[in-house]
Design a protein. Structure first.
Length: 350
């Protein structure tokens, strides 16, 4: 079997890159092992345009957000599925200081920050310092996106459901061959395990374990994201996703009893509604020290590429750079130097 590109991984990165390449008239085979603990399957899917205690705009959001919305809207039309919806964050200030910062910033950041009507929420939550609203925020239904794209790949004989092994892949100057598939290039979209990829393990990776609980909270409206240290986010089947942690020094990828206990205690205080925990999810985020994605071809081995390092923001970052990378591969247009993996030429040449 021949394909222009062999893509390893069908998380949000592999999904959007393979779609962009197909849109550009190329053929792909995607290899994915269906791991249920992949970051894309555990993520809540928030696109929040502001970040940090100072609520500043996130990196490149003015370019990334319109592009992401447009991409997800196109997929919605193409497959008749809902993918993206507006879902603002209600920020229940944890402290008087946090409330003050938010209130001050509403003056400077009129595009995204405003006060929320507190009276609507007193029957659902306990809070002492008011509520700010981040408006607009968006929620991506990653499950719908991944499941739909997987079905499309299967229908087009373009998915190999298996664990990829580097030992079985032969890389030559102008090709990569794997178990009877001959491709011009192989592109790794393998998420956090990319840190162990023999061609890219020298990049400045930093793994970040994230945990979330899935709960039933009858009576809580599913049209907002509720934030007070943790986020309560509308999930599938009428449930809510509650999280998440950032653990950079983890020793295993198991769900931790301490996270569950702490989160339940917090919910017991914050929520006036009864809740029932039904699941506990864990995944490693593909994070890098620089907080910018790894995009492009290996500086010494041009038949190998990488599309990874989406960190905590795959939903907003991946659509824009999947398109940019596909254009680069097909038409030779330049990559943004901030994301081009050639910025690590020296360490990748060792
Ligand atoms: C708890 C948590 C909450 C998050 N919340 C958000 C959020 O609200 N908004 C947001 O934008 N981002 C969020 N993120 C980050 C987001 O999940 C990532 O940025 C994004 O999912 C990364 O996607 P990816 O496709 O690069 O990697 P992954 O999702 O990890 O996909 C990699 C794929 O490759 C496959 N694979 C790997 N190795 C092999 C192999 N050897 N053979 C075959 N297949 C293989 C895996 O099975 C997987 O399907 C969150 C992450 C976590 C953990």
């Amino acid at each position: 079997m021949r394909a222009d590109y062999l893509i390893i991984g069908q998380g949000i990165s592999g999904t959007l890159l393979s779609r962009s390449l197909i849109q550009s008239g190329k053929t792909v085979v995607v290899v994915d092992d269906g791991n249920i603990a992949a970051a894309s399957k555990v993520a809540s899917g928030i696109i929040n345009p502001v970040t940090g205690k100072r609520l500043v705009k996130t990196w490149m959001i003015d370019e990334l957000l319109p592009f992401a919305k447009n991409t997800y809207n196109e997929i919605e039309r193409e497959f008749s599925i809902p993918v993206i919806s507006q879902c603002n964050i209600l920020d229940f200030h944890l402290t008087r200081d946090a409330a003050q910062v938010f209130n001050e910033r509403t003056g400077d950041e009129k595009e995204y920050l405003r006060q929320a009507d507190e009276s609507n929420w007193a029957e659902h939550f306990r809070f002492n310092y008011g509520i700010g609203e981040i408006d607009p925020c968006f929620l991506v239904d990653i499950k719908a996106l991944l499941d739909t794209w997987r079905a499309y790949l299967v229908a087009n004989n373009a998915l190999l459901e298996a664990k990829f092994s580097h030992n079985d892949c032969l890389i030559n100057e102008g090709s990569a061959s794997y178990k009877g598939i001959l491709a011009e290039k192989i592109i790794y979209c393998d998420g956090a395990v990319g840190a162990d990829n023999p061609y890219f393990n020298m990049l400045p990776w930093s793994k970040d374990k994230g945990e979330a609980l899935i709960a039933s909270i009858p009576g809580l409206p599913a049209n907002k994201i509720y934030k007070q240290g943790i986020n309560i986010v509308p999930w599938h089947d009428g449930l809510f996703w509650i999280g998440a942690t950032h653990d950079w020094k983890f020793i295993d990828m198991l769900p931790s009893a301490s996270f569950r206990k702490q989160t339940e205690e917090h919910l017991n205080y914050w929520l006036k509604l009864p809740f029932t925990i039904v699941d506990h999810l864990v995944a490693a985020r593909p994070v890098n020290v620089e907080r910018k994605p790894f995009v492009g071809l290996h500086p010494l081995m041009p038949s190998i590429g990488i599309f990874n390092g989406m960190g905590t923001k795959g939903c907003s970052v991946a659509p824009y750079f999947a398109h940019q990378f596909a254009q680069h591969l097909v038409h030779g247009t330049p990559l943004l130097p901030d994301v081009d993996v050639k910025r690590f030429k020296n360490i990748l040449s060792r």
